[in-house]
Design a binder for this molecule. Structure first.
Ligand code: SF4
Ligand code: SF4
Length: 473
């Protein structure tokens, strides 16, 4: 029986409910009256449930799709402005005991190079990341109780936060590790992590079990209920995601929204972020082996619908996607992107050569440097942000919602973006990027509505120019 508030995976992600939802969506995909009513509801900025959003996903009426895209752009503007937050992944270890069929780190892959960073190597990696200008990392590790126990992850987090190189600092470490126990989540919380990210991969239980034939990840319920344990352990920022291409996208989309509804129903807080990765080529992984790949058009439609369905949830897109695709979906609601990512273990300090046996999890499509990404964003009119203020001010859980509800985005997130961009420009940018950035800061400063906030931001910017760092609203 479907029950959003249940703590059992098969009840809050009910296969029956998803199938009924898809049938309902098919039956109504040309029902203009209903579609108009759903779009009107989304216009109120209160989001859509999985049934409503699934009708829009099934709809192929060109004028309605135009309305959906326009609304997604509007909501993105209203809730996030032109800011795009930047981060980088940091691969700690690719030892893994699982058998995931779509990932080259699976246990049976004997020709991938297995690596695990020592604390000394982490210092080198993080120094290299700091020297690019990154302030926010997402750490990644395979599941391996012997090689990557929780103590190792905690030690790494501690090391990362302790590294201060020139003006560099990692101010927020998000964590993407396997589903674990409440006790371990509590330890991660105590270590000061930002968001806990865990991709569901697929919500379709049968496919899930086939795609994860061996290892602890095979247990669908344990994996699907992980976010509840994380929240019980005190982590109130969690990041969802599915790997598009494994199962039918309409099924995954409904499941994703049901998961968000479940978190809201049980914990009173929806997901902090949703990621939208697509299956990519990697060592011993051929994406065409998965026959549910989605086109760029469907991908854009999914991004737009996520934006209007869960307006308060950040949306993340990685360097799995090309510059072209990223450019297409940025206005539709993406709020965070990775930049200059390396998906190999130790790849920042010592990039792998073509001849070397790779340790990478997937091929990166967007290979530009962080300076190039920052430059590109600004030329497109986006404001690159390295902000980590909420986490550091203890504004977790539904704090972004509070900022939105109180219309404080332009008085809080926006100046924080300007301050962190200024730091970036002074410490890391090329001359051309600096010039574009300084002009952008001038322009954007005038958009802060509250005169007091504008004055404070101006003062902070001046102090940053004098060498001080780390101001925040
Ligand atoms: S997806 Fe994660 S759990 Fe699966 S093989 Fe890769 S690293 Fe291991
Ligand atoms: S102020 Fe908070 S919500 Fe706004 S960009 Fe910074 S961390 Fe995000």
């Amino acid at each position: 029986m479907y029950n959003a508030a249940s703590l059992k995976a098969e009840e809050f992600i009910s296969d029956e409910e998803i199938r009924e939802t898809l049938a309902y969506a098919d039956a109504n995909k040309e029902n203009v009256e209903l579609i108009d009513a759903i779009i009107a509801k989304a216009r109120e900025r209160k989001g859509l449930n999985h049934r409503e959003a699934s009708v829009l996903l099934a709809c192929e009426i060109p004028e309605k799709l135009e309305e959906i895209y326009a609304l997604a752009e509007q909501i993105k503007q209203d809730f996030y402005g032109n800011r795009i937050v930047l981060f980088a992944p940091l691969y700690l270890s690719n030892y893994c005991v699982n058998g995931c069929l779509y990932c080259p780190y699976h246990l049976k892959n004997k020709h991938i190079a297995r690596k695990k960073l020592t604390q000394e190597e982490i210092v080198k990696e993080v120094t290299a990341l700091q020297d690019m200008g990154h302030k926010r990392l997402a750490i990644e590790a395979g599941e391996d109780p012997v090689n990557n126990p929780i103590e190792y992850i905690l030690e790494c987090i501690n090391t990362i936060y302790s590294i201060k190189h020139k003006n560099g600092a990692i101010r927020r470490v998000n964590v993407n590790i396997a589903a674990t126990t409440v006790e371990n989540y509590r330890k991660l919380k105590e270590a000061g992590i930002g968001t806990y990210i865990l991709f569901q991969e697929t919500y379709h239980k049968e496919s899930y079990e086939k795609l994860h034939p061996t290892g602890p990840k095979h247990n669908y319920a344990y994996h699907t209920e992980a976010m509840d344990r994380a929240m019980e352990g005190g982590i109130d920022d969690v990041g969802l995601g599915v790997l598009f291409g494994l199962e039918l996208y309409r099924y995954e989309f409904a499941g994703l929204l049901m998961h968000a509804e479940h978190l809201e129903a049980v914990h009173g807080v929806g997901p902090h972020t949703i990621s939208v990765p697509r299956v990519k080529h990697a060592d011993d992984i051929d994406p065409s082996a998965f026959d549910n790949g989605i086109s760029d058009d469907i991908f854009a439609k999914l991004c737009a619908l996520i934006r209007i369905s869960v307006p308060y949830t950040g949306m993340i897109i990685s360097t799995r996607e090309s510059q072209e695709v990223r450019e297409r979906v940025l206005p539709l609601g993406v709020s965070q992107i990775s930049g200059a990512s390396k998906t190999s273990v130790g790849g920042y300090a010592e990039p792998e050569t073509e001849e070397e046996v790779t340790s990478a999890q997937f091929d990166v499509s967007d290979q530009r440097t962080l300076d190039e990404v920052v430059n590109w964003l600004m030329k497109l009119g986006y404001l690159p942000s390295f902000c980590t203020a909420c986490y550091r001010e203890g504004r977790t859980g539904d704090r972004f919602m509070e900022l939105c509800k109180n219309m404080q985005i332009l008085n809080c997130c926006h100046p924080n973006a300007l301050l962190t961009l200024k730091e970036y420009l002074l410490d890391y940018a090329s001359e051309e990027t600096r010039e574009i950035g300084e002009a952008m800061i001038e322009r954007e400063l005038a958009r802060i509505p509250n005169p007091k906030a504008r004055e404070t931001a101006t003062e902070h910017l001046k102090r940053i120019g004098e060498g001080k760092r780390d101001f925040r609203f």
